[in-house]
Design a protein around this ligand. Sequence first.
Ligand code: PMP
Ligand code: GLN
Length: 396
Amino acid sequence: MKRPPLNRRLAEFGTTIFAEMSALAARTGAINLGQGFPDTDGPDEVREAAVRALRDGRGNQYPPGPGVPELRTAVSAHQQRRYGLEYDPDTEVLITAGATEALAASLLALLEPGDEVIALEPYYDSYAAGIAMAGGTRVPVTLRPDTEAGRYRLDLDELRDAVTDDTRLILLNTPHNPTGTVLTREELAAVAQLACERDLYVVTDEVYEHLVFDGEHLPLASFPGMRERTVSISSAGKTFSFTGWKVGWVTGAPELLAAVRSAKQYLTFVASGPFQYAVAEALALPDAYFTALRDDLAAKRDLLADGLTAAGFGVYRPAGTYFITTDIRPLGPGAGADGDGFAFCRSLPERCGVVAIPNAVFYDHRDQGAPFVRFAFCKQKDVLAEAVSRLGRLAS
Ligand code: PMP
Ligand code: GLN
């Protein structure tokens, strides 16, 4: 064979960093603050709803392609109740195998080879692979750390300058993984205005919509002119702490949704039958559930952020998500691995029994991400406290 088995589009993508780092944690017995998954399951009543569906024979055979009507109706009601956005459950809601499939299907549906996609760097790793599989070209716009404000900022001029005649869409993510930034009303209004002016689609990944501690989550689709050009994506994994169920959804205007559905039907066709019924019930949980989830995570954010600060890291306190991005340079040359996040993360389990993710993997401009390292705080408080105590030994 002349050619290697893996095609050229995917050749640059090895094993995902999450698989690599979770395997490292398992091998070394270190505390895993790398891959973002909770170490306790979601609400009992939601799990029981899945058991009931399994027992009652709901979803054990192929569910309908667009998703079970109960869940499509629940997603539509959720968008209405939370954001005042009206989506028809039959023509404007699509259920997917997690947000990951929703992203892949959207990119495969909307892109022709050569189309440019603007994505906020650092970006979640499946974006680059999804764009590549669709034959698109990614154009990163780098979120810059603002040390004074303690947050990452979107440079609106840079975003504007990145648009060319080949730009097909902007791939947005708010609340943002890995920086924890929640885009402000002004930032989102500027994205919306640009999309309308240049006639672009926007695919917006809002899987952390319920994990916002400071400020509020504003769906891009609610901005003037955006409903018709926005593909909105979310999923049950983060909101209900069942990341293994892989139930996600897309909302969008009928023409856009039909396009995404065309691609999705040849990926999985359908998935997660009984879990779809359980998530339908979960979405109807009272507001108190969502508030308690947020408050619990906010306390965990504070615990880990304070601990990391005390340990000597530069900390960007996240307004949302369950990740904290840190700067390792303040730890000093040895402890901070000379600002090389990869080297730092690879040696961390041995040095103090903790696993984290080097943000550089989320960058095209790897140098921009080199000194930053991400820690997940969706873990039990005693686990976080133990991690903090171990990390406290680094600088000494
Ligand atoms: N988007 C972002 C920003 C994520 O962090 C993740 C992973 N948690 C996903 C999408 C994938 O979500 P899912 O597990 O529902 O496929
Ligand atoms: N989204 C999770 C994270 O960012 C992990 C998902 C995955 O393992 N692909 O950590």
